[in-house]
Design a protein around this ligand. Structure first.
Ligand code: MLT
Length: 269
């Protein structure tokens, strides 16, 4: 797989290229926590038929080196990668923590982001209770290792439908989560704790913003997604049935269809 040096990290990424692209605008899919680019693979297989689709591993995750120093730094890393790939401007989609990185890209590099998709994510920062929970996560990983955190998180990530009809999905997800090094679990938890509240930014964004959420997402529920879609001037909400917090993994065709709608709106405009 290709890798590129983005300053303080070597980022590995996958690109799915269409035979003949609908438009030259690339689509970048940024994974969440504690995951890597594999969560986007089934979505990229669909969007890559029409759009050049780039799936990176964030620094410290998957096969990328470096560390998840802060959400700001991760956004700079992603911008650096896309710039080196001559893939700017791009449509940027982020799953949960990937959404935090995508919003931060839109803040730091507004001209680089042609459209934004927030998938099972939120624009608000952590409140005091949330910050305290991050601290507990860090302590848990330090004391007991990453596997304990994975087993604590896993039951909240998938919808009842997925668990009933595709039980193998939990194992697939668990394998991806277990591959994240303990240091990255700690770094990324602290980075998320200290991230900006981007609600004001969201309300001022002029590009198309697709807000996509699993109907059964318990971590960033549909009510949060609805508020974001209302706040963004060009916000569009898609609720994905039979999906939880891992909509990209659970219902990739439906998520790809929502992303394709966003991409088509750019071709038309
Ligand atoms: C994620 O899925 O990336 C995390 O749930 C985000 C978070 O912990 O805030």
């Amino acid at each position: 797989m290709p890798r590129l040096d983005v300053g303080n990290a070597e980022v590995e990424f996958e690109v799915v290229e269409p035979v003949s692209a609908v438009s030259r605008l690339p689509l970048v899919l940024i994974h969440g926590f504690p995951l890597d680019r594999r969560v986007w693979r089934d979505v990229a297989a669909v969007t890559g038929r029409k759009w050049r689709t780039i799936c990176p591993d964030l620094p410290g995750f998957g096969r990328s080196s470096g560390r998840a120093a802060s959400i700001e730094a991760l956004a700079r890393n992603m911008h650096g990668l896309l710039s080196r790939l001559e893939a700017l401007p791009a449509a940027v989609a982020g799953l949960s923590m990937g959404g935090y990185v995508s919003l931060e890209m839109a803040r730091q590099f507004p001209e680089a982001v042609a459209a934004l998709a927030l998938v099972d994510s939120r624009a608000s920062g952590d409140d005091e209770a949330g910050k305290e929970k991050r601290q507990q996560t860090v302590q848990l990983v330090r004391d007991s290792g990453g596997a304990v955190l994975v087993d604590q998180m896993l039951p909240n990530l998938l919808s009842p439908y997925t668990l009933a009809h595709r039980p193998e999905m939990a194992q697939r997800l668990r394998r991806i989560m277990l591959d994240v090094p303990a240091q990255t679990l700690i770094d990324a938890s602290l980075a998320m704790r200290d991230r900006r509240d981007q609600q004001e930014l969201l309300a001022g964004l002029t590009m198309p913003v697709a807000v996509i959420v699993g109907a059964d997402d318990r971590i960033t529920p549909p009510s949060v997604a609805e508020q974001m879609a209302t706040a963004a001037p060009q916000g569009k909400l898609t609720v994905i049935p039979n999906a939880g917090h891992m909509a990209a993994l659970e219902q990739p065709e439906a998520v790809a269809a929502a992303l394709e709608k966003m991409m088509q709106s750019l071709v038309r405009s």
